[in-house]
Write a protein that binds this ligand. Structure first.
Ligand code: NAD
Length: 272
């Protein structure tokens, strides 16, 4: 009833009172999505490994008048995921409407220098993490017969780049995972979609500029211009606002017509 009244008395936002969890939301894309969801009225679970960074995101959301709480979550650890999901859903209406698998890391090395431990680390965060978070999220979504799972893949879910074997493999894997989940989850009215961004200027990208420059033997400026922003309509990084709008679109799309889909945001640098 409260939901009904709110919709007619003021603009409640497209995600009014929905519970949303974003992994790795103490920085970069995750933080931007958390802020965007909160602006649309969602109660946001800001999760990740660094409490100070998570609390900063929560503070930013509260300053803009939204609702959010932080919860520690290491996406490679099943117990920690369960505890965080329970903590957030206990506080917010015992439901989970949207879960965003965003946490990620990068590792730059050519195959012949790549340690198996670095390979495993990247796969563990992106791929094991997406699997484990999905498993926990659907335990809440299936009984409520609704929900939206959003995976932050990458253009590297569909293309390859030198020096990024673990990342490309993990991101391709997330595409396969989300497609399987879409098929299984449809029966419960739960959607699974991916956002595949090109380069977005976040800490993850900033860190790899000098690393790529060193490995490729070019300047940092050349890494930005010739590797990262090559072939774009307008030589710019993807904006956090664009990604937030795409995430809200997937979160609010009203039917299963769009599930198992992947949307590339790349300023034209990559089509399929
Ligand atoms: P970022 O480094 O700002 O954010 C990644 C977040 O994940 C960090 O907050 C980090 O603490 C968190 N994280 C890492 N390991 C974790 C773990 N085990 N458990 C929980 N949290 C963990 O980088 P970003 O660019 O915002 O990246 C977010 C996502 O977007 C990643 O999945 C990345 O692969 C993807 N992506 C980024 C770009 C880009 O250009 N920045 C492009 C395509 C896809």
């Amino acid at each position: 009833m409260q939901r009904f009244f709110s919709t007619i008395t003021k603009n409640p936002g497209r995600l009014f009172q929905q519970t949303v969890i974003v992994t790795g939301s103490g920085s970069g894309i995750g933080r931007a999505l958390a802020l965007g969801f909160a602006k649309e009225g969602a109660n946001v679970g800001v999760t990740g490994r660094t409490i100070k960074a998570l609390d900063e995101t929560v503070e930013m959301i509260k300053k803009q008048g939204g609702n959010a709480m932080s919860a520690f979550m290491d996406v490679t650890n099943e117990k920690s995921i369960k505890e965080a999901v329970d903590k957030v859903t206990d506080k917010y209406n015992d439901r989970l409407d949207v879960m965003v698998m965003n946490a990620g890391i990068q590792h730059i090395d050519p195959i012949h220098k790549l340690d198996q431990k670095d390979w495993r680390k990247v796969l563990s965060v992106h791929l094991d993490g997406s699997f484990l978070c999905t498993k926990e999220a659907v335990k809440k979504m299936y009984p409520q017969k609704s929900g939206s799972l959003i995976y932050i893949g990458s253009v590297h879910s569909k293309r390859a780049s030198k020096l990024k074997a673990p990342y490309c493999s993990a991101k391709h894997g997330m595409l396969g995972l989300a497609r399987v989940v879409a098929k299984e989850a449809a029966e419960y009215n739960v959607k699974a979609n991916l956002i595949l961004p090109g380069y977005v200027f976040t800490p993850l990208v900033e860190k790899q500029i000098p690393e790529q420059a060193k490995e490729l033997g070019i300047s940092e400026k050349e890494v930005i211009e010739k590797v990262m922003l090559q072939d774009r309509f307008n030589s710019s990084f993807i904006s956090l606002n664009d990604l937030s709008e795409i995430a809200i679109f997937f979160a609010t799309f009203p039917s299963l017509a769009i599930s198992g889909q992947s949307l590339i945001a790349s300023h034209g640098s990559f089509f399929v």
